[in-house]
Ligand binder design. Structure first.
Ligand code: PRX
Length: 658
């Protein structure tokens, strides 16, 4: 299905075929924070001085004595000897500077119109600090302290931000799980990380309906003896069952808590958080970020990539449960003292113009979202944004997956009115902060390219031997340490080295993406080189979905691949050999995966087959399955254990697609 860009299609097609480039608009460039091109030379000539200049903008309880210790790569130490607290940097210092009444977040409930004043809350820096300190005291009162892990499984609420910062205040390590993941995924992540406490909500509102969270969590808490307490935010008033002594309501506990909480002064290299993301195996990886370097990286990138000024109203539409939410809803914007929007619900609820209504209401000037969402809006039609005054917008951002030029151009024309630069930002959970992106006042953009590395970052494309490819396609690597780099995989240090630092040496970070570099040195991300599928900007491992499928007694074997999809970038197709009759199994298995992992992992198609193409040694040939799904010529299949299987799978794929 082609997304329609009603009304503007002809215009966009012309642009597409001219391969037009877009220099920064003159007025924008003149006023931009980064408007001197020598910033790149200066940063790259002395990256340590560059990063140090950003670190110095933070408030340190004890200054650092060394910018970088890279004597034992890939074990980086940034801002050695420095001590600081992330919540102090995000809150206290702004309040102390007189910005207590400044709005940190305009929170918009999904059912804002039904809730009256409560449905649209302006949470000031002083209020967020109060909530954070009280929650931090609640944590301390139940015995959570420095180095303990706290799980957070919440909808998009200001409480989610306060929960994260409350952990940071006392040196507890937060482990946020996206609210759309299943309880089973929460259980796995809490167990891997030995979490001591879990914060959740009674329910989350989705398209007007409360979807229970606490009741689902109850089912896993019994299997998690190390989780001693569960704090419950009462979002929907659904009166969940509360276990005496274990469960506390957020509002009751905070009301009773002391309002002041002394911050724990953390070493620059003390952990700030872990965030699980999918890797090539079935087991999610716990990416570990530390305090000083991470805060420095997100502060610098958020300020310069988004050209953030005092009067901006910034809105990142991601969920707090992903790294984009951590870096560009919570830590970057708050460290920079920004005023942001947090919207709780679906973009098309109650109607397809909800996002544009929000932009108009709050006068949003910087808007950051994912290509999959842009494509959905494009499909819904221009009439929705056209109903609203979007003239407050001055900058647009994209993240999470390659943006196709057609969506890029639509975003620019229809949402940005042709006047807003677009920053296509490439980065990862592991990089912590944006690595490749335009600087909007300096970089000429090309639709579909994330352009060039951020000042101080060095990216290269290598061939399989490790030789650099100056122009052409290959494997993307980062060849210099940067402050917000992941320090480890939680409790899996060997896996950290094997996954990222073995292929080309201990000082070359293997990103896991293939990319192309063009004649101007611009980077174009091609896709993953591992068994990771990117569905709507969310990373999922094929192995994770496969092992879930085979955990169903009706499935004997499963092979999962990603196929291109107009709307979601990639979509999941699972080929399954049933245990017994496969009759009517497709729908059941799709729901099974959605329930076990979360809706985002629900396969688009399940293809039931008698057998799968395998090598003589019994390895499933996923490449062949991808060719079958793409309708490609299959080439020589005689090396397979049973070449006849291929035709059967081709036929099943075609038949079951109807
Ligand atoms: O493949 C790249 C893709 O998303 C991966 C990182 O996923 P995650 O850790 O979940 O973080 C997503 C948000 C930062 C990358 O390895 N990716 C991310 N941004 C882009 C992208 N691909 C192309 N263009 C981007 N702007």
């Amino acid at each position: 299905m082609e997304p329609t860009d009603k009304g503007r299609g002809g215009e966009l097609d012309v642009l597409l075929h001219t391969e037009q480039t877009f220099p920064p608009p003159k007025g924008f460039a003149e006023r931009a924070i980064a408007n001197d091109p020598s910033i790149y030379e200066r940063a790259n000539a002395d990256p340590e001085a560059w990063w140090s200049s950003w670190a110095e903008k933070l408030e340190w309880a004890e200054p650092f004595s060394q910018v970088l210790d890279w004597s034992d790569p890939p074990r980086a130490k940034w801002f050695v000897g420095g001590k600081l607290n992330a919540s102090v940097n995000c809150l206290d210092r702004h309040v102390a500077a007189g910005a207590g009444d400044r709005v940190a977040f305009h929170w918009e409930a999904e059912n804002a119109d039904d809730l009256g004043a409560e449905g649209r809350r302006g949470v000031t820096y002083a209020e967020l600090l109060d909530m954070t300190q009280r929650f931090a005291n609640v944590l301390r009162s139940v015995g959570v302290g420095k180095g303990d892990v706290v799980g957070i499984y919440l909808p998009m609420l200001p409480e989610a931000v306060a929960a994260m910062l409350g952990c940071a205040r006392i040196g507890a390590i937060h482990n946020v799980v996206f609210g759309g993941f299943s309880a089973e995924s929460v259980r796995e992540r809490m167990e891997f990380s030995d979490a001591k406490l879990l914060v959740t909500a009674d329910a989350t509102l989705r398209r007007g309906e409360p979807i229970p969270m606490k009741p689902a969590v109850d089912g896993i808490l019994t299997a998690l003896p190390k989780v001693e307490h569960c704090v419950v935010v009462d979002r929907c008033g659904t009166k969940p069952a509360m276990t005496e002594g274990r469960d506390l309501f957020w509002h009751e506990a905070l009301a009773e808590a002391e309002p002041v909480c002394e911050p724990e002064q953390m070493d620059s290299e003390d952990p700030l958080y872990i965030l699980y993301t999918s890797g090539s195996t079935g087991k999610p990886k716990g990416i570990l970020h530390t305090t000083g370097g991470y805060l420095t990286g997100v502060t610098a990138t958020h300020r310069l990539v988004f050209d953030l000024k005092d009067d901006d109203v910034y809105w990142c539409g991601a969920d707090i449960g992903w790294v984009t939410g951590h870096s560009y809803i919570v830590y970057g914007p708050l460290a920079n003292g920004a005023t942001s929007v947090i919207y709780e619900g679906a973009p098309n609820y109650p109607a397809e113009d909800r996002w544009w209504e929000i932009i108009e209401r709050y006068g949003v000037s910087i808007f950051y979202t994912a290509p999959t969402a842009i494509r959905a809006c494009m499909k819904w039609g221009d009439e929705h944004p056209e109903k609203h005054d979007l003239s407050s917008l001055r900058l647009l951002g994209s993240v999470g997956e390659p943006i196709n030029p057609r969506a890029w151009l639509w975003y620019r024309e229809v949402i940005g009115g042709g006047r807003c630069p677009i920053v296509d930002t490439w980065w990862q959970t592991e990089t912590g902060a944006i690595m490749i992106s335009p600087l909007p006042g300096l970089t000429t953009t090309k639709p579909g390219s994330a352009t060039i590395p951020f000042p101080g970052i060095e990216a290269k494309i290598l061939d399989s031997e490790g030789e650099e490819i100056e122009e052409g396609a290959g494997i993307l690597v980062l060849t210099r340490p940067w402050p917000s780099m992941a320090r480890d995989l939680y409790k899996e240090s060997d896996r950290f080295i094997e996954t990222y630092w073995d292929r080309y040496g201990r000082d070359t970070y293997l990103v896991g993406d293939a990319a192309r570099r063009d004649e101007d040195g611009y980077f174009w991300i091609v896709g993953r080189i591992d068994d990771v599928i990117n569905v709507s900007g969310h990373r999922l491992s094929t192995m994770e979905v496969e092992s879930t499928l085979v955990s169903n007694p009706k499935v004997a074997e499963a092979a999962v691949i990603g196929i291109p999809d107009e709307m979601t970038g990639q979509a999941i197709v699972a080929f399954c050999i049933p245990q017994g009759s496969g009759e009517g199994l497709e729908g059941e298995l799709r729901e099974y995966v959605a329930e076990k992992i979360g809706k985002l992992a629900r396969p688009k198609r399940i293809v039931i087959c008698d057998d799968l193409p395998k090598t003589r040694s019994g390895k499933i040939m996923r490449r062949l399955l991808r060719d079958i799904a793409a309708g490609e010529h299959l080439g020589d299949v005689t090396t397979l254990r049973d070449p006849d299987v291929v035709q059967d799978v081709v036929r099943r794929f075609a038949d079951q697609g109807d």
